[in-house]
Write a protein that binds this ligand. Structure first.
Ligand SMILES: Nc1nc2c(ncn2[C@@H]2O[C@H](COP(=O)(O)OP(=O)(O)OP(=O)(O)O)[C@@H](O)[C@H]2O)c(=O)[nH]1
Ligand SMILES: [Mg+2]
Length: 423
């Protein structure tokens, strides 16, 4: 009689417990913990080669999803700085001055988040850490006691992608037969080659200030071939391209932060803005488009795997935590022995002791429909899977858009492909 009474009491308590478990489950829908990968990108270029203006112009070009399905964001302070550079660059009215060169103490990272819309809401796809530094740190002897150069090279060593910046103005001098031209190219290669030869990260090259080379030849691809011949006539450059080209495509991307007709070279050899010139950046978004899909490809399957593992872990965590809580409650109510006795009497296999299982089991014993929880869990799993699928699709859309830009450039300028990537 006493045993029957205990069973009935425990039955009621277990019923309450089941309701509690169900209520908790209902308030914590299944979520996926996502990882947004971060890639470190370093543009390697000498003092005055055009790194900062390229960065400002690239941000300006990509800050809204105009012309592609993605856009980039940065912290408020970084946005203010990037806008200031851009506006000073574009300003032909006031003094006509360009933003000043980066000082040695101003090394910093700009972290951009590439986002796209999923179901109408912006969603992060990846982060890009872009190093901004003074070009003179690459070439000048370090001041005694300074660690800035060491820090710069540590950043370069940990880069996921390297972009070699070749100064279009100096290439122009080279093409014009000015002795400064070849000398500067030698100086550039002296700085870039040792780093790039050792790098396992993918490399690409940009020619900045492409607008200054406009009258080299009326046909743009011929113009690019002239520059390319000039570069590949250097044995060291050729060997670097052969080395990296064995495994990947190496590109030579002409860019202009300001666009055609905005600036000219005056008789003193200074780059000056033309009055009423309007900024129309050229190809400034292509260098990142050329490096990111390759980097993403390497980690994509791991990301998908991580997301699926995260769903499994979440289901697991919920069922296991539920089981523990349920067991703790059970023993508090009735004492471990009595709890076990009841479960044994009711014929529950203790191995199947999970939140969901216990919930189903108790529900069925209490006469409530056992399918309710199963249906909820399966609904939540479906939702999570659907979301995962949407994220995968969104990522692919972004990568497709980036590749499309590079393909369009290659279609227009076949000489931009320095290697085939397989030899
Ligand atoms: N015509 C033209 N001139 C440019 C362009 N980009 C940069 N310049 C010129 O090159 C100068 C140097 O550009 P920056 O972007 O400051 O160069 P940097 O590589 O950041 O130089 P450091 O900060 O000293 O390492 C500018 O002040 C402009 O005069 C461009 O796309 N076209
Ligand atoms: Mg700079």
């Amino acid at each position: 009689m006493a045993v029957v009474l205990i069973i009935i009491t425990l039955g009621i308590l277990l019923g309450l417990l089941a309701r509690r478990i169900r209520a908790r489950r209902a308030t914590t829908p299944l979520t996926i913990a996502e990882t947004t990968p971060t890639f470190n990108v370093v543009a390697l270029g000498l003092q005055g080669s055009g790194k900062t203006l390229l960065l400002a112009s690239m941000y300006h070009r990509l800050k809204s999803p105009a012309g592609q399905c993605y856009f980039i964001t940065a912290t408020r302070d970084d946005v203010l700085q990037l806008n200031e550079w851009y506006l000073q660059m574009a300003d032909t009215a006031a003094t006509g001055a360009w933003p000043r060169g980066t000082a040695k103490g101003e090394t910093r990272h700009f972290t951009f988040t590439v986002k796209t819309h999923i179901d109408g809401a912006p969603h992060p796809i990846l982060n890009l850490r872009y190093l901004e530094y003074a070009g003179e740190l690459l070439t000048d002897l370090q001041d005694a006691g300074s660690t800035k150069q060491k820090e710069l090279f540590a950043h370069i060593d940990s880069a996921d992608a390297l972009i070699g910046v070749l100064d279009g103005y100096r290439i122009r001098q080279h093409a014009d037969g000015h002795p400064e031209g070849p000398l500067h190219l030698e100086r550039t290669l002296n700085a870039l080659l040792p780093v790039m030869l050792e790098a396992s990260a993918p490399i690409s090259f940009v020619i900045t200030k492409w607008d200054l080379l406009a009258d080299l030849h009326p046909d743009e691809d011929t113009r690019l071939s002239i520059v390319r011949n000039l570069l590949t006539s250097n044995d060291h450059f050729r060997s670097l391209i052969t080395l990296h080209g064995a495994t990947r495509v190496v590109r030579l991307i002409p860019v202009s932060a300001v666009g055609p007709g905005f600036a000219t070279i005056d008789p003193n050899g200074e780059i000056v803005k033309t009055p009423q010139g309007a900024v129309q950046p050229t190809n400034v978004d292509v260098p990142l488009s050329a490096v990111v899909p390759g980097l993403f490809e390497q980690i994509e399957s791991r990301l998908d795997h991580d997301s699926i593992a995260a769903i499994r872990a979440e289901v697991d965590r919920r069922t296991r935590q539920g089981a523990l809580e349920a067991f703790a409650s059970l023993t508090t109510f009735a004492g471990q022995l009595a709890g076990r006795t009841v479960l044994a009497l009711l014929g529950t296999p203790t191995a199947a002791f999970g939140d969901t299982m216990l919930g189903f089991f108790l529900d069925s014993r209490m006469g409530t429909p056992p399918d309710e929880d199963r249906a909820r869990l399966s609904r939540e799993l479906n939702d999570a899977e659907q979301r995962l699928e949407n994220i995968q699709l969104a990522r692919r859309r972004v990568m497709y858009d980036m590749r499309r830009k590079v393909d369009a450039l290659e279609g227009r300028l076949p000489y931009s492909r320095l290697t085939e990537g397989g030899w």
